[in-house]
Design a protein around this ligand. Structure first.
Ligand code: 13P
Length: 304
């Protein structure tokens, strides 16, 4: 680490203390951001931490919907997203009008929304889910049909083995959608002893070829517990940092060079320092929307 980085980290820690802030980072963040975070986790864990933190300021190093989730759960705290433009193309595939229209087409059908969605979409939903608990959430509903938005691939993955019909929204993550079945075939050819671990946001054709499918936390857990020494990772490359650190005797390969989410890479140490200095960008949610979105999130948290 050079002297400039050391100075940046010193400044960041000083500001964090002064602002009584907690830094939460997603598993896909840059390694230097993960290193300064108080907590690094998947979407569910970040929502759980945001719901229970005693800090006055939450700096959410991730993408917009993650900061919005923290703001929905914490009306009395300041929630900062260090890079305002860090969005989620998957969340952007549906808005509240689109969901209301889908609800009109399927009257009485309960709505499960993936946490990768806006507060306004959450407000129109009965319950939220993440990739860690999607199946459990859908199973908890006493209904034969469920409207699942916006991630088609996750919905398709959990619908296998369910005694319910899932009506799926055609949204997907542009990063995970880049992975093709040929990538799995090529990776297996190059590393015949390796296991292939993928995120359920990958396409059904890719999921079909994998040895393990799970959220970022589930992938981290599987990697720690398996006796396999070589693992091919089918999710955003930021996770490799933790995987390698937690499993120094194992080899990790990225399933596709396209597994880079530009939005997750916007946040740098400079962004966090600037954010804490200027208390920007503060994420706020209109109270009427927040209250309804909070119900959907709290139903999920109660199940988790
Ligand atoms: P996880 O909940 O598995 O961390 O997924 C986050 C995400 O946004 C994947 O694109």
């Amino acid at each position: 680490m050079g002297p400039l980085t050391e100075e940046l980290i010193r400044r960041l820690l000083e500001l964090k203390e002064r602002r009584r802030a907690v830094i939460l980072a997603h598993n896909y963040q840059l390694k230097e951001v993960q290193d300064v975070a108080d907590y690094v986790g998947d979407s569910l864990a970040l929502a759980q931490k945001a719901a229970t933190t005693a800090a006055e300021v939450i700096v959410l190093c991730g993408v917009y919907f993650m900061a919005e989730t923290a703001a929905i759960l914490n009306p009395d705290k300041k929630v900062l997203l260090p890079e305002r433009s860090a969005g989620c193309p998957l969340a952007d595939t549906i808005d509240a009008d689109g969901l209301r229209e889908a609800k009109r087409r399927h009257p009485g059908v309960p709505v499960v929304c993936y946490v990768n969605s806006s507060a306004a979409v959450k407000a129109e939903s009965d319950i939220c889910c993440t990739s860690s608990n999607a199946e459990k959430v859908v199973r908890s509903l006493p209904a034969a049909r469920v409207l699942f938005v916006p991630d088609y691939n996750l919905g398709h993955y959990i619908s296998r083995g369910l005694d319910k019909e899932l009506i799926l929204w055609p949204g997907s993550c542009t990063t995970h959608a880049r992975v093709k079945p040929e990538d799995v075939h090529k990776a297996r050819e190059a590393h015949p002893d390796a296991l292939v671990l993928v995120h359920p946001e990958c396409s059904p054709e890719v999921v079909e070829l994998a040895d393990f499918v799970g959220s970022t936390s589930a992938i981290l857990k599987f990697a720690r517990e398996t006796s396999a020494k070589t693992l091919i990772i089918g999710t955003e490359m930021g996770i490799l940092y933790r995987l390698k650190r937690e499993n120094p005797s194992k080899q990790f390969y990225l399933l596709s060079p396209g597994l880079i989410c530009p939005n997750m890479k916007y946040t740098r140490l400079e962004s966090i320092v600037h954010s804490l200095e200027t208390m920007s960008f503060q994420v706020k949610v209109a109270e009427d929307i927040r209250l309804r979105a909070k119900e959907a999130l709290e139903r999920m948290l109660a199940l988790s």
